[in-house]
Write a protein that binds this ligand. Sequence first.
Ligand code: SF4
Ligand code: SF4
Length: 184
Amino acid sequence: MLGSIKGLKVTLATMMRKPVTAQYPIPSKRLDIEKRFMGFPALLWDDSNSEPYCTGCMVCVRECPTQCMSATMTDNDKFSEEKSTRKKIIESFEINLSRCIVCGICVDVCNFDAIEMSHEHELSKFQRNANRANLESLLDMGKAFQAKIGWKPVQVKNIGDPVLREKLQAEAKAKLDAKMEDSS
Ligand code: SF4
Ligand code: SF4
């Protein structure tokens, strides 16, 4: 008898609670994506001087375990005009997303804060290898991701605007000097 009452209590509590499931893919009924979610890799945009962070150094291309990336670099005209800290810049980039295993190795090996695992994950196609993202679409994915999470580069040295970079480096140095003085 007592067991039946306990069971009924659980049934009633379950009937009264809010639904815990989502009605995918209805946009208004989806669950929020966590900040740490790893979707497909995307290239990031440097707003400080309106160019990509990617220099086309090829490190990620070499390290990708499924060899689904390709890239070419070119000389950066803005560097010769002293408007950018990047001597070289990405010219073309392609990721075959059908072959990407979303491992994040390309992000880990990049020295320029140029690539991140975005929140993009709904890019399925009917044909094998039809899901190739070029430079433009990778940058679009990156811009959307940056705006969504308020992304900032980890290393000040990677900021493209020479004046801003110098200012931020001087601020960081002043902070460090003040800390050293306090601790001595
Ligand atoms: S994303 Fe990073 S590692 Fe890959 S080519 Fe660009 S700068 Fe180099
Ligand atoms: S996430 Fe992994 S498989 Fe996908 S492009 Fe980057 S290194 Fe290659």
